[in-house]
Design a protein around this ligand. Structure first.
Ligand SMILES: *[C@@H]1O[C@H](CO)[C@@H](O)[C@H](O)[C@H]1NC(C)=O
Ligand SMILES: *[C@@H]1O[C@H](CO)[C@@H](O)[C@H](O)[C@H]1NC(C)=O
Ligand SMILES: *[C@@H]1O[C@H](CO)[C@@H](O)[C@H](O)[C@H]1NC(C)=O
Length: 367
């Protein structure tokens, strides 16, 4: 049933990877990306699901936009009220998959805005923008739109996979999930090829995270001892994520050959997140499998929701200090954790090839 997996619940707080990334774009002497286009799921949704299916209740968003930024924040493309796309747009939508959504995937509670739809939205934005720029006396409109020539200079960020894997994990056998991965990767590659045909060149591609360490996995798929790693995470879920990332990285390197003018950077988000889980205390976080908002155990209330327990109303409140939790609501990372992850990946030390975000428009010279 929709929403029961908690995956449709967009988390604006978790969108900070995009936001933090933006803050490093401008005053650097690197690529000076004029715009960012982001594609993905709730890990970087800054308003698509909220604009489409209903606003998220507080406390979602309570620590939103605490960053100081050089580039303006990238608005959600679907957010039609007051948005300004002069520096790009965010197409990421909570609960979305890389593979085209079908009745079964939608029925399992995932979003209609899969990557193929996000691509259509991107095309619409570009087509309409080009038309408007050819018409005179509409500068009050074009000042909110990206410049057509920016399309090939922009940074394209892709962050997805988690929902494709969860869809598999909740509906298929372990073996079937594994067997579904090559298809998901082929859809990912198709998406990059199509963006490239539309003019995109600089791609910053996030691997998927250790899904087995999300409190959601640990709560709903409590691992037997042999399926638990040293951090208490669900080993089989992490193995699926690792297999996905292995094939993703391989496919990205093939794409470098197929798309000669593309600069494709594969970013190992998995390792960043797994180190954070493994060394939570060292980095200022408490129980790495705990979470700040909502409640599960003797009763269950989703973050921001209410429930009646034994005749008494209980509310899925936030904890008093979200910054000490890695997980915000048992699926999404907290602002503090996303910020930590963003800082790990910006300098390129977790990238293949090892170039920083600010240089991600240049092919490595000494290859
Ligand atoms: C949109 O944002 C750009 C960059 O911040 C700004 O120059 C422009 O005036 C804004 N347009 C509108 C209509 O607010
Ligand atoms: C998953 O598939 C890969 C090949 O794509 C294979 O090497 C691996 O052994 C499989 N793992 C499981 C658990 O089926
Ligand atoms: C609800 O009431 C039952 C019976 O009194 C009790 O066993 C249970 O612990 C209560 N649940 C909660 C969440 O308080």
């Amino acid at each position: 049933m929709a929403g029961s997996w908690g995956l449709k619940k967009s988390l604006v707080v978790a969108a900070i990877v995009v936001a933090t990334v933006a803050s490093f774009l401008y005053p650097s002497r690197g690529c000076r990306f004029p715009a960012i286009y982001n594609f993905g799921d709730s890990n970087s949704d800054t308003g698509a699901a909220s604009a489409s299916f209903g606003r998220l209740p507080p406390p979602y968003g309570e620590t939103f936009f605490a960053e100081s930024l050089g580039l303006p924040l990238v608005n959600a493309y679907l957010d039609s009220i007051g948005s300004n796309f002069s520096h790009g747009a965010n197409f990421a939508a909570s609960g979305s998959t890389i593979q085209p959504v079908n009745a079964k995937i939608y029925g399992a509670g995932f979003s209609p805005f899969s990557f193929n739809v996000q691509l259509l939205q991107f095309e619409q934005l570009q087509d309409r923008t080009e038309e408007l720029y050819t018409q005179a006396e509409i500068s009050e409109i074009t000042s909110k739109l990206p410049k057509p020539e920016d399309i090939s200079q922009a940074l394209y960020i892709l962050d997805s996979g988690q929902n494709d894997l969860y869809y598999g994990l909740v509906t298929m056998t372990r073996k079937q999930v594994n067997e579904s991965i090559p298809y998901i990767i082929s859809q990912f590659a198709l998406f990059i090829e199509e963006l490239y045909q539309l003019g995109a060149r600089a791609f910053w591609i996030h691997s998927t995270g250790p899904v087995g360490c999300l409190p959601y996995s640990v709560i709903y798929f409590p691992p037997k001892p042999e399926n638990m790693d040293q951090n208490g995470c669900v080993k089989s879920h992490n193995e699926v994520a690792t297999e996905f990332n292995r094939l993703l990285k391989q496919r990205v390197s093939q794409l470098r050959v197929e798309l000669p003018d593309a600069v494709l950077t594969y970013v190992d988000i998995y390792s960043a997140k797994y180190s954070l889980i493994s060394e939570a205390n060292k980095h200022g976080f408490i129980d790495p499998l705990g979470y700040c908002c909502g409640h599960s155990g003797d009763y269950y209330v989703q973050c921001g929701k209410k429930a009646i327990v034994n005749g008494t109303e209980v509310v899925g409140n936030a904890c008093s200090d979200p910054s000490v939790y890695i997980s915000w609501d048992n699926v999404h990372y907290s602002h503090a954790a996303n910020r930590w992850v963003a800082h790990q990946i910006l300098d390129g030390s977790l990238s293949d090839p090892p170039i920083s975000l600010a240089q991600a428009c240049h092919k490595p010279v000494n290859s």
